[in-house]
Design a protein around this ligand. Sequence first.
Ligand code: C5P
Length: 239
Amino acid sequence: MEKKDLIHDGSSIKIWGTDDPDKVIIGFTDDITAFYKIKKAVIKDKGVCCNGVSCITSGILQKAGVPTHFIKKISSTEQLCHKAEVIPMEVIVRNIVAGSLALRLGLEEGLIPQKPIIDLCYKSEALGDPLINDYQALALNIVGEEDLREIYRLTRKVNDTLLPVFKSIGISLVDFKIEFGHLPDGTLAMTDDITPDSARFWDIKTGERLDKDRFRHDKGHVGDAYRTVYERLKSKYDG
Ligand code: C5P
């Protein structure tokens, strides 16, 4: 598959067109940003780790019946994906209270809710990806009713599938953000990645943070944390 024009030049992800108009190449860089790019750094081999974690989790999700944009890994930092019409909405699943939810509701990080919480956010960096509810998402045409119902079903399936996977490698899947869209054949699919950039991973034994919070809160050893998640997943689920 030939790489063509760069169609998205994000800091941690780049997307290129290919000679097939329905397929793109997604590449993961070593750049890391936080707080809407106020904080930036380069973490050696972060791209390899994020692509690795993304490819393994996407493969597991597809086997479990969750459609995703992922086709195959093509290099250590790149994957071939279906091009998608992305729905401008972020879906956040929270199995353990942390981050913005803890701040917003004045809750202790680590609190386990009665059941997983699902938040919807309107995808707009300029507005800080604000929280929205189902009524707003539907009334403002951000997503259709049938798609929203299916997004909730698939989101629960993603969580139910990945919770035991991470548990089996000694990691709590605290929370994660995913997005959905339509593939060229119309299928509603997860058009996103689960990586330490977009999910919180806590070591079950030690409580050590193995995700972007290390960078957000200057805890150091960011690359080691990303590598730990990738190495543990790879040793159990690759190939
Ligand atoms: O910031 P907050 O605590 O709401 O984030 C919840 C989860 O969603 C975290 O794992 C975070 O990394 C991820 N997230 C993301 N992109 C956003 C917002 C949140 O990957 N724009």
